[in-house]
Design a binder for this molecule. Structure first.
Ligand code: URA
Length: 239
């Protein structure tokens, strides 16, 4: 891909604006050499005002989503995209969330501009596990683990039963739940089906990938090992 188009698609401006940056000598090679608009150069060797450019296309990142942010590009209120570099909003291909978390849910959210990778993660047959910790309004009644694991639980207005899910009781009103599918408000609706109510919900892992020490509101790029972990079952799912 030609230099101007490549840099414009990273969100640095229109092709005209990127051309102007080139003419001003602000876009250079790593050694400071000025570049022509049609130069074909490795992304890693490009600099703007001496600084490396944003991550190359085909990336995936994780965000520690705080409560109160919506997984949307244009809803009213605070958006998860507000927590990412502003330039990412203008990238082509677009940066999308991999699935969604409710506004009131916190935790591990994946974002990528790689459509093939996104589909590989959310494809039903990939069975990528999503691990949640829920704080509940009432003590669990005791049959939740069996009910959720049964593969027969039918949520209101659905036509197929839920796939088996694994519940681990952490405290009388605190549970870890591992899902292998992603239906609308699934965790909240599963506990509602048992007469309970989720007060707080946090996603702790996607596959074996966890947030680690990443603080709420912060993001980081994933490397090949992290990506591999997404497709590995979580360490204690079903324990
Ligand atoms: N289940 C929910 O109810 N909400 C989420 O955000 C994710 C799973």
């Amino acid at each position: 891909m030609k230099l101007v188009r490549h840099i414009a698609r990273l969100g640095y401006g229109s092709r005209k604006q990127v051309l102007a940056l080139l003419r001003e000598g602000r876009i250079t090679a790593a050694d400071g050499r000025a570049l022509a608009a049609d130069t074909a150069l490795d992304h890693a060797l490009l600099r703007l005002d001496g600084e490396p450019l944003d991550v190359a296309p085909g990336f995936i990142a994780m965000l520690h989503k705080p409560v109160g942010y919506t997984c949307s590009r244009k809803d009213a209120g605070r958006l998860v995209h507000d927590l990412l570099p502003p330039r990412w909003r203008a990238r082509e291909p677009q940066v999308s969330t991999v699935g969604r978390l409710d506004r009131e849910t916190s935790g591990l959210l994946l974002l990528t501009d790689d459509g093939a990778l996104l589909h590989r993660i959310i494809a039903p047959r990939a069975h990528v596990a999503k691990v949640y910790v829920a704080e509940l309004a009432q003590e669990m009644r005791g049959d939740e683990a069996a009910l959720f694991a049964s593969g027969t639980l039918m949520l209101e207005s659905e036509t197929t039963p839920l796939a088996p899910a694994q519940l681990r009781v952490l405290a009388p009103r605190r549970a870890q739940l591992t899902l292998h599918e992603g239906r609308y408000h699934q965790v909240r609706r599963m506990f509602a089906a048992t007469g309970n109510h989720v007060l707080a919900l946090h996603r702790v892992a996607v596959g074996a990938l966890t947030l680690g020490e990443l603080p709420a509101g912060q993001w980081r790029l994933l490397d090949a090992d992290d990506i591999g972990r997404i497709f590995v079952p979580p360490v204690d799912a079903g324990a």
